[in-house]
Ligand binder design. Structure first.
Ligand code: INI
Length: 159
């Protein structure tokens, strides 16, 4: 998948198994919603492209990236899904707040992966500027939502 040198939307279509049997949950942060909507769109288009039924894609919202962990936990407890994607964008400011939020959501999602028998996918952009976010939300570096959806399919079929 993507590295700093690779486009986030680049992957081998033929290597992805049929995903028509999967149900996928997506939790989206409202902070930086324009960017997150681009990521969400990339994720949904990719899931549909690989056969996931539109009726089997569930989308919930939380206020910010820090709340993604709890939103994903609630989704895991209340929806019969095969994988859950967390979508958010944290943009570096002048305060350490950025680091705390990034750390919180990263540990939170990691912890969920160990607590539930379900994969949680990290579709969170952590960037220095709005421009960098745009470049990774359908811009020159591709779309992190596409990468997250491909990962959700692979991990949803993992067992
Ligand atoms: N939340 C984000 O998703 N992205 C940000 O860039 C951001 N910044 O910059 O502060 C942000 N803050 C809100 C945070 O996620 C929580 O919602 C808030 O701290 C309440 O818990």
């Amino acid at each position: 998948m993507a590295t700093s040198l690779k486009n986030l939307s680049d992957y081998d279509f033929t290597s992805i198994p049929d995903a028509s049997g999967l149900s996928i949950g997506i939790v989206v942060a409202e902070w930086n919603i324009e960017i997150n909507n681009q990521l969400l769109q990339g994720a949904i288009e990719t899931l549909l492209h690989h056969g996931v039924d539109k009726a089997n894609i569930f989308v919930n919202y939380v206020p910010g990236a820090f709340e993604l962990t709890y939103g994903c936990k609630v989704m895991a407890e209340n929806y019969d899904v095969d994988a859950i994607i967390a979508i958010g964008t944290v943009i570096q400011g002048d305060t350490p707040h950025f680091d705390y939020i990034c750390q919180g959501v990263t540990y939170g999602i990691s912890e969920l992966n160990l607590s539930f028998d379900l994969p949680f996918i990290f579709g969170v952009l952590t960037v220095n500027s709005l421009e960098q976010a745009q470049e990774r939300a359908g811009g020159k570096h591709g779309n992190k939502g596409v990468e997250a959806a491909v990962t959700a399919i692979k991990m949803g079929l993992y067992n």
